[in-house]
Design a binder for this molecule. Structure first.
Ligand SMILES: O=C(O)CCC(=O)C(=O)O
Length: 268
């Protein structure tokens, strides 16, 4: 395993060979099982491309390969080290597949404004099971995890369904003025992953030719994160959670299982 980049400074880093080939195969099985059995929350996030950008979330309780990957592949420990956490919980899984011919770019956004969690001790892992070229990979604006939060919008038609219009800053024109931003991105092989903070601005290109881009993403929470119920439906939604977990409470709930805990150090 080898880390490229400075996670604390930039809010994103690449981890080469984060797990073994057996777990890459398990992740492929997990993605294929999820595609064959999409949840009611699954979305097609592409327009009228030849391909399709298919997303699904929160499937670990019904797709055993996702749960096994989360618990046994070793990636939760890497997440814990990157965020400096004592305890790592699974927030949710997210499968993101761009089928061959999908020209649709994933627009620049931060994830946390769509979510129901507050705090900075978090990390998302984006783990492709197909080789990903530099032009198709996930890109990050270095340092954007330090804020501010920008207005979350729907990917296809730019609607404000979460924070009300005017309540957060609008995204800067990153593609129009790339020289003003430090953009990070890594070509990836199966077994490599990128890890990024939930407030880091990120985007991805389409896929070319016959390339398929299947990704299993896991979202992790450190013990410093807190429940932040919203008056709107978050993405992903956690219906009814506001009745079980108080506003500001730690995410100590069976929906967010503990995946890794730091060994206590014994005092001499
Ligand atoms: O896979 C993509 O194209 C986008 C990924 C993304 O936005 C995410 O993992 O939060």
């Amino acid at each position: 395993m080898q880390i490229e980049g400075d996670y604390a400074r930039d809010g994103a880093a690449c981890v080469r060979s984060v797990t073994t080939p057996e777990f890459v195969e398990l992740a492929r099985e997990a993605i294929d099982a999820n595609l064959a059995d999409l949840s009611p929350g699954a979305k097609r996030a592409s327009g009228d491309d030849d391909g399709a950008f298919v997303e699904d979330f929160c499937s670990w309780q019904r797709i055993p390969a996702i749960e096994r990957f989360a618990r046994e592949s070793g990636v939760a420990q890497v997440a814990g080290e990157l965020m400096g956490a004592q305890t790592v919980r699974l927030y949710h899984d997210h499968v993101l597949v761009k089928e061959p011919g999908t020209r649709q770019r994933t627009p620049w956004h931060q994830d946390q404004p769509y979510y129901n969690v507050d705090g900075t001790q978090n990390v998302s892992m984006w783990f492709p099971v197909d080789p990903v070229a530099r032009e198709s990979t996930l890109e990050f604006v270095a340092g954007s995890h330090l804020g501010p939060w920008f207005m979350p919008r729907t990917f296809l038609d730019d609607q404000a369904r979460w924070f009300p219009e005017g309540s957060l800053a609008e995204l800067p024109d990153i593609d129009g003025r790339p020289e003003q931003f430090r953009i990070l991105g890594w070509e990836l092989e199966p077994g490599d992953a990128v890890f990024f903070n939930m407030a880091t601005l990120h985007a991805a290109g389409g896929v070319s030719g016959t390339n398929r881009r299947r990704v299993l993403s896991l979202r992790f929470l450190g013990e410093g994160m807190r429940h932040a119920p919203r008056p709107w439906t978050t993405s992903p939604p956690f219906p009814g959670l506001e009745n079980e977990l108080a506003d500001g409470a730690p995410l100590d709930h069976p929906l967010f299982p503990v995946l890794w805990e730091r060994e206590p150090t014994t005092a001499r």
